[in-house]
Write a protein that binds this ligand. Structure first.
Ligand SMILES: [Zn+2]
Length: 294
């Protein structure tokens, strides 16, 4: 089975480097990514743009727009990108920030926009983001929104609750929105928003920040598995969920096995591959480009 990993990271963020070294025990580098992803059968991945200006700084209010993938001087060719938005800078400098974002959009590896709800203290429907959603509308970009629990205790959870996406989805009907992490722990709330809105989807990344052996034991924990399965089953819409690993916050192959346990087998092809192509309109062209150059 071919796999697209719709949510990974490739940014120089101190908490990710620390997690890779101390918790998930993996090689967080281009070389490490290429080895791990080829062993897992991943043909393409989408990196969520993110930067910090000083170690442990994220969510950093001074990061320039758009935030990209800055772990190394170049990004592995199989990795596409969602441009990360810093709303604080956008609010301060408006037009010039927007110009910088629009300037990057023509790149063949740009699939969408990433909004860090919760990390930055703005609701996703806040006016500050409207010009960005209009850009998404104009350029066929998908908007990925952080949902649920945050990886920083400086964040505010009220902004990352998935219910806020409902209002946004109704206002921008022609934009595809992806709620990251199924909005965990509010997975049933996410299910409600996904079920109701044809333009809202969810990725299944980041449920566990754990090494191989811990993932293995969690797969045997019925309460953990039921929590996620219930939300998917409620919608019965397996065309609306996308595989993502949140690498380096989990080793990719064990995480694939974990998600396979949550998703009924007849929907694996959709969740692990096809849905991503439907949800990210630019992904088909990107896949063709990387296939022709490798
Ligand atoms: Zn992530």
């Amino acid at each position: 089975m071919k796999i697209i990993d719709a949510h990974i990271h490739f940014s120089r963020i101190e908490s990710f480097i620390h997690t890779a070294n101390e918790i998930t025990f993996l090689d967080y580098s281009g070389k490490g990514l290429e080895k791990e992803f080829s062993e897992a059968g991943i043909t393409a991945a989408i990196g969520m743009g993110l930067t910090e200006q000083e170690a442990w700084g994220f969510p950093d209010t001074t990061s320039p727009n758009p935030m990209g993938l800055d772990l190394e001087s170049s990004v592995p060719p199989l990795v596409a990108c969602c441009l990360g938005i810093n709303p604080v800078m956008l609010e301060q400098n408006g037009a010039s920030e927007l110009e910088k974002i629009e300037g990057e959009i023509a790149r063949h590896d740009v699939m969408g926009i990433k909004i860090y709800a919760g990390y930055y203290p703005y609701y996703v429907y806040d006016k500050v983001y409207h010009p960005v959603y209009k850009l998404a509308e104009k350029h066929n970009l998908t908007v990925v929104i952080h949902g649920g629990a945050t990886y920083s205790d400086r964040a505010l959870l009220k902004y990352s609750h998935p219910l806020a996406v409902d209002e946004l989805a109704v206002e921008f009907r022609s934009v595809n929105f992806v709620i990251a992490h199924l909005g965990d722990p509010w997975v049933m709330d996410t299910a409600g928003v996904v079920y109701k809105n044809p333009n809202v989807f969810a990725d299944l990344s980041g449920f566990l920040v754990a090494a191989d052996s811990k993932i293995e034991s969690m797969r045997k924990n019925r309460l953990i598995m039921d929590h996620f399965m219930q939300a998917l089953e409620y919608t019965e819409l397996y065309n609306k969920f996308l595989f993502g690993s949140d690498w380096p916050l989990a080793p990719v192959k064990p995480y694939i096995e974990f998600v396979k346990d949550i998703v009924p087998e007849e929907h694996h092809e959709d969740v692990f591959f096809r849905n991503a192509i439907n949800v990210f309109p630019r992904l088909g062209d990107f896949l063709e480009t990387i296939a022709s150059t490798t």
